[in-house]
Ligand binder design. Structure first.
Ligand SMILES: [Zn+2]
Ligand SMILES: [Zn+2]
Length: 100
């Protein structure tokens, strides 16, 4: 909201201008160009990273040698980079990440 510098009343938008009852006129400030595209991208990355859907696979635990592990993927950085795969041993709960 803007006020008239002459009389202090609220300026009323009239077309592309702001006008006051005292006769004062002012060009309305141009609408802000928000970087909406960038904000949307950030949100997408955050949502992708929060996904923690685990599945069970056959993978040998490097610690105890158990052959069944949980696996899940986490998006570490940008969405266009490949996700990092994590493993957790079903038996000893040792965690490690894919070295590929
Ligand atoms: Zn005025
Ligand atoms: Zn283990």
């Amino acid at each position: 909201m803007k006020f008239c510098p002459k009389c202090g009343s609220i300026l009323i938008p009239k077309g592309k201008n702001l006008a006051c009852s005292c006769g004062y006129k002012e060009k309305a400030s141009e609408t802000k160009i928000t970087k909406k595209g960038e904000e949307d991208k950030k949100i997408e990355v955050a949502e992708a990273g929060s996904g923690d859907v685990r599945s069970v696979i056959e993978e040998q635990c490097p610690k105890c040698g158990h052959k069944v592990c949980f696996t899940w993927e986490i998006q570490m950085r940008a969405a266009d980079e490949p996700a990092t795969r994590f493993f957790e041993c079903q038996k000893c709960h040792h965690k490690w990440r894919d070295q590929r």
